[in-house]
Design a protein around this ligand. Structure first.
Ligand SMILES: C[S@@+](CC[C@H](N)C(=O)[O-])C[C@H]1O[C@@H](n2cnc3c(N)ncnc32)[C@H](O)[C@@H]1O
Length: 295
């Protein structure tokens, strides 16, 4: 199935490898305990990720490489999760997943939903019995689709570990002009992803320049993609009682961090805290060997 290209081999591969490693380590640690384990993919895609890669051949504009997407990697984890929920807004993606997984030995474990991830996830977080369940949720949007209330709902379960592809460059930094102006739609979208308008003071400083092209200038933009991601990390720390990974993984094309991969976990029991901390670090380290260390 043709899908929008959304990454270079290197960074999309790293994201999926980190998540795949984490899921595999998570299931090795929890898959045979009394907890029922659940994997939720809010932006599940089609199961395959087409990558645009440069080639030296002048007659080929690019070479199409396809790698396994997040849902495929999750379903193939050994031992498998007890249950899987795959959500995507596009019916085409869900149909592609159903076709791909129909003969999987884990097919019976999967529940598919078509629609907005925010609505589905908030409902799931309220409805499930979290006392007997533990799980991992992946939020891997193209842009600024994840609302803060969804993040709050995930944290409130105190049972889910969250991997979040946060669009710090694409959804925040790029939407703010250098003179500090933000159009109304982007202003609302930034407030929606952070769940606060405190960014309006944090991301600007009084301008040293008073005039630009005859127009008065009062403030200037000081936010960077990195500081936009750090601002989200601070927000995550307020609601995730387990913790938030200090390391944030920059992802994007041409060394521009359109996104940062963030990780947070809601379970504050000392055992769970230590486990999530240890496994997330190990998952990142495991991919350093393949993709090079992040500096
Ligand atoms: C970056 S892709 C996900 C890739 C996937 N994680 C993988 O590894 O194969 C983003 C997906 O989000 C879906 N999408 C966009 N907006 C959505 C929304 N509000 N709710 C659920 N899915 C959405 C798109 O249809 C697309 O398949």
């Amino acid at each position: 199935m043709i899908q929008k290209r959304f990454g270079s081999a290197d960074t999309t591969g790293r994201k999926l490898d980190v998540i795949g490693e984490y899921l595999s380590m998570y299931q090795k640690a929890l898959g045979n305990t009394n907890f029922e384990t659940l994997y939720i993919d809010g932006f599940a895609g089609s199961g395959e990720v087409p990558l645009a890669e440069h080639t030296d051949n002048l007659f080929d504009e690019d070479v199409r490489t396809v790698i396994a997407g997040s849902a495929d990697r999750a379903l193939n984890v050994d031992p498998p999760f007890a249950r899987y929920i795959f959500i995507d807004k596009r019916r085409k993606c869900i149909d592609a997943l159903k076709a791909k997984f129909k003969d999987s030995p884990n097919a019976e474990r999967v529940n598919y939903s078509i629609g907005d991830a925010n609505e589905h996830i908030q409902k799931i977080c309220r409805a499930e019995q979290w006392r007997s369940q533990r799980g991992v949720i992946l939020l891997d949007p193209f842009g600024s689709q994840v609302r803060w209330e969804t993040i709050e709902a995930v944290a409130a379960t105190k049972a889910l570990d969250l991997w979040y592809l946060f669009p710090a460059g694409l959804g925040v930094f790029r939407q703010i002009s250098n003179d500090g102006t933000v159009d109304q739609t982007h202003e609302a979208s930034i407030t929606r992803i952070y769940g606060t308008d405190a960014w309006k003071t944090a991301f600007f400083e009084p301008s040293k320049q008073t005039e630009l092209f005859g127009e008065p200038v009062t403030k200037e933009k000081v936010v960077t993609p990195e500081s936009a991601a750090l601002f989200m990390i601070e927000r995550l720390k307020r609601v995730f009682e387990g913790g938030v990974m200090d390391e944030m993984i920059p992802l994007g094309k041409h060394a521009y961090p359109s996104y940062y991969l963030l990780f947070a976990w809601g379970n504050a029991s000392p055992k769970a805290k230590a486990l999530a901390n240890r496994l997330s670090k190990a998952a990142v380290k495991a991919t350093d060997r393949k993709h090079g260390r992040i500096v």
